[in-house]
Design a protein around this ligand. Structure first.
Ligand SMILES: Cc1cc2nc3c(=O)[nH]c(=O)nc-3n(C[C@H](O)[C@H](O)[C@H](O)COP(=O)(O)OP(=O)(O)OC[C@H]3O[C@@H](n4cnc5c(N)ncnc54)[C@H](O)[C@@H]3O)c2cc1C
Length: 470
């Protein structure tokens, strides 16, 4: 770990005040330990600015002393993008204010350290919907969600985080503040700069606030559906959308073995429809009125059964039952962790190619990791699969983990051959920093490096994440 110069530390402490920084070893360790634990890091100092002005003064100070920064929100990222490796960690969790809610413009402006649940509740209090939803929503922050362009379970209808931002406020690596907060839907005045920062993983600046899109509130109907094959899952998606159009909000694929993992791990959970079939699908349809949503869902499932695509289905009869379906889906990552060791992938391919991808990839992966369980789940409506291999911890972990590079090659080459992406929603961070160089064209990587160098010539923003400048 490179210790920042003492002059920097004393100036930063003066600037931030006693609540604005810590050197407590436990907190430094927590900030350096990512959720998945892949690349544990280190940091000498956590700065916790309380306002945009304070954040800007801090970044200016870092620039003056050539001190590198790792921005951090909730530290729930899955590619080690928010893990410092000797850099000063700038935690945004003190900046959580709601600056404005404008229900008639369907927009709200909140600070970057607010969690996703806070954003959902702020919208709800204004009789509106902020639709992003994902398993880590109680901890993940708006700044982190924007910086990773997070997806989640409602992308099918509302898009990813990038699609949900109207404006941003960013402290640039120089310490200058870019006030791009705007509630406008139409603004054709040159480069749309906010999109540079969405998905930039903290490499271009520190996001301090965002203006977000709001939507009319909806009522939801959810169904748990048993399906025989991945091909039937894809056909069912098309059929349900034919019947319910854009009101299909979520279409999640869950394998039978993941349901078994959750049931074994989480007391009180049970398989809603035990069956021998390989797959379950969790479908959610939303409409202004609950009866409309239920009618559309019933109609679509009846058509699915007639077409031989639905083996069995349960439409939730209460909010509690719908929550119990979702609880199974959302608990898979934790139950998979309890089950044993996993090799994880977050990929996307065109929806139509999902069955071919699973079949070919499983056969090739099986050749090098014979005993592993395939735990393939995720946002099938977006073509996004969390393609994972798991095995109980009692087995030979070291050999299993050592197969990760070979598994990566098979999975990523298959994805690339189908015009897919090796990172659908989690980002690149440190985890896929080298891997991405194989799959993006030299032109694209070159453009990314040029942009990064232009905005952060000293290379102080989150070094070591995403492909860096040469
Ligand atoms: C159980 C679980 C389920 C998940 N499900 C999903 C899912 O369905 N879909 C999905 O997309 N992701 C999912 N994730 C991943 C994760 O929640 C997202 O990556 C989230 O967007 C990260 O937010 P964060 O505040 O925790 O950011 P962090 O992890 O702290 O940081 C993530 C990245 O953003 C940067 N960053 C953070 N704050 C700022 C800021 N203010 N300005 C500039 N850069 C910043 C960091 O440097 C880092 O590169 C899941 C994670 C978990 C643990």
């Amino acid at each position: 770990m490179i210790n920042p110069p003492p002059a920097f530390l004393s100036a930063a402490k003066d600037l931030l005040g006693p609540k604005g920084w810590t050197e407590d070893p436990e907190k430094l360790l927590a900030a350096s330990t990512p959720w998945r634990g892949t690349f544990s890091g280190s940091t000498p100092f956590i700065a916790r600015p309380a306002s945009t002005e304070e954040a800007a003064a801090l970044v200016k100070l870092c620039a003056a002393h050539r001190v590198a920064i790792t921005p951090q929100g909730g530290n729930t990222g899955l590619v080690d993008g928010g893990t410092p490796h000797g850099e000063v960690c700038v935690s945004m969790t003190r900046m959580q204010a709601v600056r404005e809610v404008d229900p008639f413009n369907n927009s709200m402006t909140m600070e970057a350290g607010a969690t996703l649940v806070m954003a959902q509740e702020t919208a709800e209090n204004a009789n509106r919907l902020f639709p992003l939803a994902l398993g880590s929503q109680g901890t993940a922050t708006l700044g982190g969600l924007i910086s990773t362009n997070a997806g989640g379970v409602a992308v099918l209808r509302y898009g990813m985080m990038r699609d949900l931002i109207l404006g941003l406020e960013v402290v640039l690596p120089s310490g200058e503040i870019w006030d791009g907060l705007s509630g406008l839907r139409k603004n054709n005045t040159g480069y749309d700069l906010k999109h540079l920062f969405a998905g930039a993983e903290g490499t271009l600046g520190l996001i301090t606030a965002a203006t977000l899109k709001l939507f009319p509130k909806v009522q939801r109907a959810a169904a748990w559906v048993v399906v025989a094959t991945a091909e039937d899952v894809v056909k069912l998606l098309a059929l349900v959308r034919d019947h319910a159009g854009d009101s299909v909000t979520s279409f999640e694929i869950i394998p039978a073995n993941a349901v078994a993992m959750v049931v074994a791990d989480v007391p009180g959970t049970r398989d809603p429809l035990p069956a021998n079939a390989a797959w379950r699908v969790l479908i959610e349809i939303s409409q202004p009125k609950a009866a409309q949503a239920e009618a559309l869902l019933t109609d679509a499932l009846e058509a699915g059964a007639e077409a031989g695509l639905v083996q069995d289905a349960a439409i939730a009869v209460s909010e509690t039952q719908a929550k119990s379906f979702w609880h199974i889906r959302e608990t898979i990552p934790l139950s998979k962790r309890a089950y044993g060791t996993a090799l994880n992938q977050d990929i996307s391919v065109p929806v139509s190619r999902i069955p071919a991808f699973i079949e070919a990839c499983n056969a090739n992966v099986r050749k090098i990791v014979p005993p592993a369980d395939f735990v393939i789940f995720g946002h099938v409506g977006d073509g996004n699969l969390h393609y994972n291999l798991s095995q109980p911890d009692a087995a030979d972990n070291a050999a299993f983990l050592a197969s990760q590079p070979a598994v990566n090659r098979i999975v990523h080459d298959s994805v690339h051959a189908l015009n897919g992406s090796i990172s659908a929603e989690h980002g690149i961070g440190q985890l896929k920093r080298e891997e991405i160089l194989r799959y993006k064209s030299a032109t694209e990587i070159g453009l990314m490096r040029t942009i990064r160098k232009a905005i952060d010539p000293a290379g102080l923003m989150n070094p070591g994440k995403l492909p860096g400048p040469r």
